[in-house]
Write a protein that binds this ligand. Structure first.
Ligand code: 8YV
Length: 328
């Protein structure tokens, strides 16, 4: 039987391309050209499967041009680059990479919160600029993390990982808000208390966003929400750009309406709102929360295994829309 044809939309670890090549006829974008919509559609036009990343948009228009496509395996836990309804309607299976990145991403969220609270990058820029000439009692004095109130908006696997770190490692009081409340055992394990969104905003010393992006979470944090926060509070976004109104945040940071922010994701990334680049009290990182070598390898391997499982057994390891299989 002819091997299925796979397109790997962005560069990945060579060993993953080799692994895929053991099972499929593989075309891979190892030069890592960022493909526009039309180029992606051209590459996928004669393919049976796609290995995608968060930057590859799969929607009805693209699927209409790619009639052979049966599966898109995303190397990401988030899948807002997929129009899941359009994929299901066409019988295209979607998969993501849950679990393998949870602890690494929670580590990063915690690190970003600490860097933000303790003004680490702002002070490094000062030092590198040769401005450090003497000690002073309030130089880059920030806020404490230990013993503070940690607020988490979006309490899935990664949110719970951050809660456990804060509660057990740093003696933080953990409060959270989520679409649905966690069961009592998970709340107890995370030492987390459920509160309304308004109470979360008003009470948190450090607020970390870990909710998925959707039309309903667009600008979940805008000027009004920031206005409810303590002037001493920090805000960290490791979820998705678009959950925060970046223009409103930049203005609030400039006016000192909250103390600082840490951002790993941005509206319209890799573009960054120019005002965020000029305010000092923000730590900026280029969407690297899951970027440890072992975790990125595990994500790539799981995406690849979803393709292998699908073409050999007709199912997937971590499907997002298993109902698409009924159309085959
Ligand atoms: C990815 C992420 O690096 O998994 C996710 O949802 O945001 C990151 O881990 C990114 O989406 C690239 O695929």
């Amino acid at each position: 039987m002819a091997k299925a044809k796979i397109f790997v939309a962005r560069a990945v670890f060579p060993e993953i391309v080799e692994y895929l090549a053991q099972h499929f006829e593989v075309q891979s974008n190892q030069s890592d050209q960022v493909l526009n919509k039309d180029q992606l559609a051209q590459h996928l036009a004669d393919k049976d499967g796609a290995f995608t990343t968060g930057s590859d948009r799969i929607d009805g228009e693209l699927l209409a041009a790619c009639p052979r496509l049966k599966i898109c395996a995303n190397m990401a836990v988030g899948f807002n680059n997929f129009d899941l309804d359009a994929m299901t309607a066409r019988g295209v299976l979607a998969t993501n990479t849950p679990d393998v990145l949870t602890e690494t991403t929670a580590d990063f969220g915690f690190a970003l919160m600490m860097a933000t609270a303790r003004r680490m990058t702002e002070s490094e820029h000062y030092l590198r600029a040769g401005k450090w000439t003497k000690w002073s009692y309030d130089m880059f004095a920030g806020s404490d993390v230990h013993g503070a109130t940690l607020g988490i908006l979006g309490m899935g696997r990664i949110g719970q990982g951050i809660a456990r770190r804060g509660a057990h490692g740093f003696g933080m009081k953990v409060i959270y808000h989520n679409r649905s409340r966690l069961d009592a055992a998970t709340e107890a394990e995370c030492k987390a208390h459920y509160v309304s969104k308004e109470e979360l905003l008003k009470t948190a010393d450090h607020l970390v966003l870990v909710l998925p992006y959707s039309a309903s979470s667009h600008h979940a944090i805008g000027a009004a929400e920031i206005g409810l926060m303590k002037p001493t509070a920090t805000l960290v976004n490791i979820a998705r750009g678009g959950i925060v109104d970046d223009a409103a945040l930049a203005q609030a940071l400039r006016e000192g309406r909250i103390a600082a922010a840490g951002l790993d994701v941005f509206e319209g990334e890799p573009k960054v709102h120019p005002d965020l680049l000029t305010v000092p009290n923000v730590v900026l990182t280029p969407h690297i929360a899951s970027a440890s070598v072992p975790t990125r390898l595990a994500m790539a391997r799981l995406a690849a295994d979803n393709l292998v499982e699908f073409f050999s057994k007709g199912k997937a390891l971590t499907p997002l829309n298993p109902q698409a299989l009924a159309k085959h």
